[in-house]
Design a protein around this ligand. Sequence first.
Ligand SMILES: Nc1ncnc2c1ncn2[C@@H]1O[C@H](COP(=O)(O)OP(=O)(O)OP(=O)(O)O)[C@@H](O)[C@H]1O
Ligand SMILES: [Mg+2]
Length: 356
Amino acid sequence: MRAQGNAELIGTSAAIIDLTQEIERIARSDAKVLITGESGVGKELVATAIHKRSPRASRQMVTVNCAGLPETLLESELFGHVKGSFTGAYRDKIGKLELADGGSIFLDEIGEMTLRMQGLLLRFMETGELQKVGTDRISTRVNVRVIAATNRNLRDMITAGSFREDLFYRLNVIHLKVPALRERREDIPPLIEHFLAQFTRHNGHVAKALAPDTMRLLCEYSWPGNVRELENVIERLVVTGRNEAIVPEELPMEVRMHSNVSLRPKRARRRTVADDLYKRLIEERESFWAAVYPLYMEREITRGNVRDVVRKGLEEARGNYKIVARMFNMEQRDYKRFLNFLRKHDCQVPFKEYRQ
Ligand SMILES: Nc1ncnc2c1ncn2[C@@H]1O[C@H](COP(=O)(O)OP(=O)(O)OP(=O)(O)O)[C@@H](O)[C@H]1O
Ligand SMILES: [Mg+2]
């Protein structure tokens, strides 16, 4: 995990400004907080920001990922265990809840807890009492602020019977929702600036600038992996960039492809069958097996149409069939099947002329 410094949320959108104010306000209270939002939106950063601004800041915020461990290990991780309580328990172990005494505990991916663990957590939240694995006595009492996060919809889970309603209401005293990056696109430029500065500083690289087209593509992309994905893309650009300014060609394929605007100058001509098929593959993210294959097998499109689609893919992927398969939304294991299909039906296009 990257160091989170003073845990400042970068962004100029109304959503981030509201969230920052809300964090200031609730940090001072001792209320439990539930943070929701898609993967990579910054839930852990929000938790850290709350803790750091709270009166508990001089003590630690201890993080437990509830999805990472099988139930018995998670129980011992949270509550601790006594020597001999299970195979491998050679000595007493203090749990994360006890470690967090006086501070905060961040329960990440709380939606992945089993129903039994949810029951144990609820009991702890009601009493503050810890019972280590392997004893039937209360070991100690602690004072911990609980901050939980999930990318799941807990209300749906309650309806489905996989999340306890009573625990939900206990955790949900304050609910913070962190919106997806595509719902607050004005945050993209300041986040890019922030990560560019951060990675050039850390790695001793020369500060990079973005060509205008590069910035436009980064702002148009849908960012399914949210801020984490953006952060990773910028890091890669800083480390691998060869030019003074970062040009669109250096961007990952998915960022270049899912923009609405083509990088190539458009020729004035009618849309062809292949154009439409290609659009379905690239923009609507349909798989080759769903968008092209059945039409060809039913003879609704010709071999020439398929070849044209493949040609367009090769052009974009600079002659790399593996990348074409990925662009056409096929599973990695379907790569061979794709090549066999093309060969068998004489739809192959020589890739060499597209290599640069
Ligand atoms: N507003 C922001 N300003 C600066 N950095 C951010 C912001 N939001 C997220 N980040 C950074 O993006 C990365 C992902 O954030 P974080 O780990 O908090 O996301 P998450 O919601 O917990 O993701 P997951 O659900 O996958 O665990 C971190 O490196 C974090 O510092
Ligand atoms: Mg997280």
